[in-house]
Design a protein around this ligand. Sequence first.
Ligand SMILES: [Zn+2]
Length: 168
Amino acid sequence: MWGNVMKCPYCGGLDSKVVDSRSLDEGVRRRRSCSVCGARFTTYERVQPHNIFVAKKDGRREEFNRDKLSAGIRKACEKRPLPTGTIDKLIDNIETELYHSGKTEIASSVIGDLVIQRLEKLDHIAYIRFASVYREFADIGALKQAVDMIMGERTLTAATNQLPLLPT
Ligand SMILES: [Zn+2]
């Protein structure tokens, strides 16, 4: 488990040094050297130290589900010209932030905002798509306002490397 003390399988010693770390899909693989007997052993530490529950707007709670988060983000990013691996990195990043917050219950709107903040920097179309679902723009006027705001920002930051909002 993340941050837990790793027991040496040879002598049972509780003190070890990390000699090598490698990120895996589900956590981190570490080579450790026991400070007591000097033996080397490998640990697999999951990124997930505890369960997180998502508090939904209607008052229901459900366990945080990476696949569900992933599906929403992928849908928003559909057919957007994003480099391979960008979406996975984004999801990893959000998941890590959630687990590192140490909270066991997080409002769905907080998670939505984390996604929105990142998509806003990544791709404007994906941002609008995601925000229109999660923030539930009250009406088309509110949505238009958000688009106008982005278009305004784009004029100011035209020289940056943002992906084009409109096909050229
Ligand atoms: Zn040992």
